[in-house]
Design a protein around this ligand. Sequence first.
Ligand SMILES: Cc1cc2nc3c(=O)[nH]c(=O)nc-3n(C[C@H](O)[C@H](O)[C@H](O)COP(=O)(O)O)c2cc1C
Length: 215
Amino acid sequence: MNTSMPTPAVKAVDIGARSRRDGSEIDGEFAEVLITSRQNVSPRRLVAPGPSSLQLAGILRAAAAAPDHGLLRPWRFVIVPEARRADLAEVFALALIDRDPGATLDQIESARDKAHSAPLLMLVVARLGQDEARIPSLERMVSVGCAVQNMLLMAHSLGLGSGLTSGQAMQSVRMRELFQLALGEEAVCFVNMGTVAKRKLPRLHPDPQDFLSAL
Ligand SMILES: Cc1cc2nc3c(=O)[nH]c(=O)nc-3n(C[C@H](O)[C@H](O)[C@H](O)COP(=O)(O)O)c2cc1C
């Protein structure tokens, strides 16, 4: 797959009228409820079924609608199918042993488990390379974050749970090798998706007064 150039595969939806397919207008309340009710669901609380292929297509279209300065599409995603989960588990385990040769068997087993829990497991790769130097990597990362958030919200709107996982293994050479990351690419985190087995209590969100000021 050529990941160097973005190809606009899907036409943008004309939202001039902000209308749904049935002609009704979308409203701010829907968006606010959707956005503020999303929660991170840890992989151990996610069970089958994961997203159907139709749902996954919608989730990926949501990612593709992220703001993207310079239209670089500074991300790509790699699904880890069941058949390759053991390979990822091995990377998690060996990356832990590399960092901590004294890791206990329990710690190694729980590192391995991270590869097995969620029905859908997908690596987020940031493409921060020099192909368009005028767009700094900081801006590209904002775009990556927006793409990830779009996917989480889309999954939430479909009644699915999702959560992000990361950790020190993300930066390991073993991870780079397994996912064949090119120069300028970084493994950011994993997106986990599935059916929520158990929801945790919602957290309090920060007060906007604490993060807004006027010049
Ligand atoms: C890039 C990134 C990586 C994350 N990695 C982890 C992780 O390894 N483990 C974890 O429990 N949560 C992880 N999270 C999720 C956060 O812990 C979670 O978003 C935060 O607790 C706020 O909760 P909420 O998303 O339910 O509002 C990650 C979030 C981001 C943005």
